[in-house]
Structure formats: structure tokens, C-alpha cells
Design a protein around this ligand. Structure first.
Ligand code: GLN
Length: 451
């Protein structure tokens, strides 16, 4: 049914970069056979899933939305991919994304934009717009995303779906093509909080192949999603996340959600996080710095594209020609920014300062989590914007992640779930919930209560 749905609508939506029809049917049959033999099956066995095109998939192309990896077939599965297969999920294919996960609209994909199923002239958010659009258009019931500065939560918000960024280290990064290693985190995209929890349990947990993986059991997210309640919980409303630049309908729906939390028995307090105002600036030094180092491996020798290798050119020339042709504008912009910020003489002033701001943000979180069990805010300042509207204005694009970035910088767990449509444009609004690191279950408890 999902393959038929993809065939019927994806020409318009363009959520997928690759559909693995045969592989999906084969996996589905294997699950059926197991069922017939009476073998034990997990709760998600046989459920289809789409993967953002930066999880490596053995034998299936993985492009990261970039020309530089066009034609590359990974020889191995990411830990997430392997766990999904072991749990019996059926991988439908790979979804569109901003090149190397850099962007907030999926317009930076080298393979063309994805439409927002609510209005195809609008963006589905980014970088994981393909995964959220696939779910919103019923082409997949579940998907995997990655969130470095908001790329699971922001697309979820603007497509009216659920997205979770687990605690940093909660889901293995092994086999996730790296953008900014200290921020990147894989996580679930789904239509309901319980679906997201089931997926979270299937992919989470310690992985010796990822040195930053947390060696602790997955928090009890499914149990929390089943028993959703906010009775007696303290919910902090972040003072910094409103005001100029926030769409009226977004603020209205957010305020109604806070009212609902109160009615359901939560104690609502306002919390002050002054360092959050600096989060965007710190992020746009740290993420490009790490990206400039991570992307050095795309040298035309190891993977994918190779341009100008005609026997007359040096390796350096071939590398330069390949990068010039293979990377898009945003990736080049970030590599340049990052290389500059890390260069001798500027390192302390830029990268060093950004790391200090990161510490201040973590301290703000630590302090306010003494006053509140979870924090809430709008996920994004506005609803989905039009395709092309911010394409030539990087600063306007970066603002889409204003509310999501602090949780990445500090490593917290965070969720976005739908909280109604903005009256002025009829488009979905997202409610963000943030929990302390390793307390992911609180997101699901509160999320299930208000969804
Ligand atoms: N939009 C942010 C960026 O461009 C976040 C991307 C992400 O989370 N991968 O960096």
C-alpha cells in the first residue's frame, strides 16, 4: 500500500531520492514468513520506514543530498539501519534532504526541492524535509531524521508531524554521514507520539561503534507515551522564545498549549535563559567549523564523484575540481566559514568564544531545570514559508532554527508535536518540549498528554 501511495503522489511531493521497491517487498515477505513460523516478532515488525539519505544502507545509494556522493553505494549499514532491519522494519527508501543536512528548507538538495504536503508551493522544512513530507503525505508511517540544529523538529513542526531529537549520544551516529559531530543526533519522525516512542526504542541504546554513544539503557519512552500525563509536573515557558519575528498565529497556538498544560494539572512557570539569545551565533561558528573538518574526507579519491582525472592533472587539482563541481553553495559557504573560524590567529576569537557560549547555554539549562521538569516553546517562529522565499537570504533561513538550536548545543532531548493550525494561513504549528539529557521519557509523557 505504501509503495502504491509513493507511486501515486511522490512525483508531486518529491520526498524520496530512492525507492527500494524490491528490497522492501523482500523484507516484508521475510517478516511474513517469520510470523507463519510462529517466531517472536517485535512491535514494529513489518512496518515500513523511510530513511533520510544520510544513513548508510548496504547496497542502496546514499547521496546526503549531494552531487559529490552521486553513485556511491555504501558497503555497510549504519547502526540505525541495522537495528531497524533486525527489528523487522521494512526500509522503503531514502528521503530528500538539504545537502549534508545544511539548511532549513530542503531547497539546498542537489536533487531539487521537496514540497510541503499541506501546500506544495511551501517548503517542508529542513534539512530533513523529505522524511517529514513522506510521513505527512502518508507515503510512510515512520521515518528517520537527524537533528544538528533542528532538522528533525523544524520539519516536523511545519508538516504537522512528530519529531524527536533524543539526548545526544542516545542514538548511534555510526554510519550517519557526519556534518557536525558534537551536535548531530539521529531520531524518530512519526505521526503520533507513541509511534515515535516505539521507533525510539528500536534505534536507541549503546553502540560500541560510536565513541560518544551513552552506555546506559534507553529511557522508558514507550511506557511514558502510553501513560501520558502532566499531573504535578513543572513546565517552564522560556521567556526568550517570543516577541519580534514570531508569527501571531504561532504564538496564539503556543499560548493555548500552555493553557491546556495548566488545565491538565501542570504547574506553569516562566524561566529565563539569557544565553539563548547567543545560541544562533555560536551554532553558526561551531557547526561550520566541525563541517569544514568532517567534509575534508570528500577529496575525490575515496568516494563518489571524481572530476578532471584525465592523466594530466595532479591529485590536488582533481580534488579542487571535484569539490568545485560536487558541493553546492551552502556547503561551500560553511566550509569557508569554518576554515576561517578555525584558522590560526582567529581560533580563540571565534571558535573558542563560541565554545564558551555553549557552556553558558548548558548552564542556563542546568539552572532552569531546577525550576521545571520540562521546558516548552514554539518549535519555529513561523509556519512553512514559500519555496524560494528565503533561498537567497542565508540569515533569514538560519532564523528558522532559533528555538531548536539551544538543545543541540547542550545535548538535551527535545520533541516537536503538532499543536493546531495558524489561523492566518491554515498551516501547522509545532509545540517544542525540551527535557534534561537522559530524561527523554518526559518528552513522551508530556507529548502524549497534550497531543
Ligand atoms: N538548519 C540548521 C542548519 O542549517 C540545522 C540543520 C540540521 O539540523 N541538520 O545547520
Amino acid at each position: 500500500a505504501h509503495l502504491a501511495r509513493i507511486e501515486a503522489v511522490d512525483e508531486k511531493v518529491h520526498a524520496f531520492l530512492h525507492v527500494d521497491r524490491e528490497g522492501a517487498l523482500e523484507q516484508a515477505r521475510a517478516v511474513d514468513a517469520k510470523r507463519e513460523r510462529g517466531e517472536p516478532l517485535g512491535p514494529l515488525a513489518g512496518v515500513p520506514i523511510a530513511l533520510k539519505d544520510l544513513f548508510t544502507t548496504e547496497g542502496i545509494p546514499t547521496t546526503v543530498g549531494s552531487k559529490i556522493l552521486e553513485g556511491w553505494i555504501p558497503p555497510y549499514d549504519a547502526t540505525v539501519t541495522r537495528r531497524l532491519k533486525e527489528a523487522g522494519l521494512v526500509v522503503l527508501g531514502k528521503t530528500n534532504m538539504d545537502e549534508f543536512a545544511m539548511g532549513s528548507s530542503t531547497e539546498n538538495s542537489a536533487y531539487g526541492p521537496t514540497g510541503n504536503p499541506w501546500d506544495l508551493t511551501r517548503v517542508p522544512g529542513g534539512s530533513g524535509g523529505g522524511s517529514s513530507a513522506a510521513i505527512a503525505s502518508y507515503q510512510a508511517p515512520l521515518a528517520m531524521g537527524t537533528d544538528t540544529g533542528g532538522s528533525i523538529r523544524q520539519p516536523a513542526a511545519v508538516t504537522g508531524t512528530v519529531g524527536v531529537k533524543p539526548t545526544y549520544g542516545g542514538v548511534s551516529r555510526y554510519g550517519m554521514v557526519a556534518f557536525s559531530s558534537s551536535l548531530d543526533q539521529g531520531g524518530p519522525c512519526a505521526r503520533t507520539v507513541l509511534d515515535a516512542a516505539l521507533l525510539h526504542e528500536a534505534i536507541g541504546g549503546h553502540d560500541p561503534l560510536d565513541s560518544t554513544s551513552i552506555d546506559a539503557p534507553v529511557p522508558p519512552v514507550v511506557e511514558a507515551a502510553r501513560s501520558g500525563s502532566v499531573e504535578g509536573m513543572r513546565v517552564g515557558v522560556v521567556k526568550q522564545f517570543r516577541g519580534e519575528g514570531y508569527q501571531a498565529g504561532v504564538v496564539q497556538r503556543f499560548d493555548e498549549s500552555v493553557e491546556l498544560l495548566r488545565e491538565l494539572g501542570a504547574e506553569v512557570v516562566e524561566v529565563d535563559c539569557p544565553s539563548f539569545d547567543l545560541a544562533l551565533s555560536a551554532y553558526y561558528l561551531i557547526a561550520p567549523s566541525e563541517c569544514s573538518s568532517n567534509l575534508a574526507r570528500f577529496d575525490a579519491m575515496r568516494y563518489g564523484l571524481r572530476v578532471g582525472d584525465d592523466g594530466t592533472r595532479s591529485a590536488e587539482e582533481v580534488t579542487a575540481l571535484t569539490r568545485a563541481a560536487g558541493f553546492g553553495d551552502e556547503v561551500k559557504r560553511r566550509v569557508m566559514l569554518g576554515t576561517y573560524a578555525l584558522s590560526s590567529g582567529y581560533y580563540d576569537a571565534y571558535y573558542g568564544s563560541a565554545q564558551k557560549v555553549r557552556t553558558l547555554i548548558a548552564r542556563d539549562f542546568e539552572r532552569v531545570f531546577e525550576q521545571a521538569d520540562v521546558l516548552v516553546s514554539p518549535t519555529t517562529p513561523t509556519t512553512a514559508f514559500a519555496i524560494g522565499e528565503r533561498a537567497d537570504d542565508p540569515m533569514a533561513m538560519y532564523l528558522a532554527d532559533l528555538c531548536t538550536i539551544p538543545a543541540n548545543l547542550a545535548g538535551n532531548a527535545a520533541m516537536s508535536l503538532p499543536c493546531g493550525l495558524a489561523p492566518e494561513d491554515g498551516l501547522p504549528v509545532g509545540l517544542q518540549i525540551i527535557a534534561p539529557a537522559m530524561r527523554d521519557e518526559r518528552l513522551y509523557k508530556v507529548g502524549a498528554a497534550v497531543e
